[in-house]
Ligand binder design. Structure first.
Ligand code: ADP
Length: 268
């Protein structure tokens, strides 16, 4: 078969990006996009000299412009490609959300067009030098994942971070996601269990929200020999900050969720 010329273009384009990380989830609604935005802030917050990019490749539900507080910004195409939007000096974002007319516009595209968009994103964004590129993908394992994996493998993909919630249904799907990674040869950097516990903001008591599956994610990780990077509690203030596009790490630096995030980024 003929080699897709995009492979070399993408390889060249991403040659200044040290760590390319896919963010995956088996299901929608487990907090993959939220966790991606938090990881972006957490990685960028470790050191002002570390440059982080977020690529919102969740074509059907691009939520990073809102989560990162840059909704309504414009992206420009200069001679060297699309310039991402800067959230802070060392955190940048490219999202299909910037290319849509209105934030409520739905993108209803068939596979080939979605693949084309991912190819275009990977080959045409001018990120500059990056230490980390976090790629927020749609939930599940689709053709888009396969094409992203194909292009990124040649460009040197570091691996995948898989986000799950503790519910049984989410854990079943995340097992499939991990098997997908194994099948296509993507290293699993680890699993993040999101919304694991509720810590009451008033009395700090801890409640397990899904007690039937407590311990489910750690058990699954040990069964499948993948690292558990950490667990993030369910935190209503976190949800509100993210909804408003504010940086939760700045707002509540001493919260259990931020402590967990800082620990997670040291393992990535
Ligand atoms: P996904 O990308 O997996 O579809 P989202 O990131 O959009 O999921 O999150 C789904 C919802 O759950 C959002 O309303 C978000 O604010 C909320 N959420 C995610 N993680 C947390 C958390 N740790 N604490 C509280 N709310 C959360």
């Amino acid at each position: 078969s003929v080699r897709d010329p995009a492979i070399d273009i993408i390889k060249n384009r991403l040659s200044n990006v040290k760590h390319k990380i896919l963010i995956l989830s088996g299901k929608g609604g487990v907090g993959k996009s939220t966790v991606t935005s938090l990881l972006g802030h957490a990685l960028a917050g470790t050191n002002p000299d570390i440059n982080v990019g977020v690529l919102d490749a969740d074509i059907c539900g691009p939520s990073q412009p809102r989560l990162l507080g840059v909704r309504g910004e414009q992206v420009h195409n200069s001679g060297s490609g699309w310039s991402p939007v800067y959230v802070t000096d060392n955190l940048s974002l490219m999202s299909i959300g910037f290319l849509l007319g209105s934030p409520d516009d739905a993108v209803i595209w068939r596979g080939p067009k979605k693949n084309g968009m991912i190819k275009q994103f990977l080959s045409e964004v001018d990120w500059g030098d990056l230490d980390f590129l976090l790629i927020d993908t749609p939930p599940g394992t689709s053709d888009e994942h396969l094409s992203a994996v194909q292009y990124l493998t040649e460009a040197g993909l570091s691996g995948a971070v898989v986000v799950t919630s503790p519910q049984e249904v989410a854990l079943l799907d995340v097992r499939k996601e991990l098997q997908f990674c194994q099948k296509v040869g993507v290293r699993v950097l680890g699993v993040i269990e999101n919304m694991s516990l509720f810590i009451c903001p008033n009395c700090s008591s801890r409640s397990e929200i899904f007690p039937a599956t407590t311990g489910g994610a750690p058990q699954m990780c040990s069964d499948l020999h993948v690292p558990l990077l950490g667990s993030l509690p369910l935190d209503p203030i976190l949800a509100r900050c993210c909804d408003d596009g504010r940086d939760f790490l700045q707002e509540l630096p001493n919260s259990p969720a931020v402590t967990a995030l800082k620990d997670i980024v040291h393992k990535i």
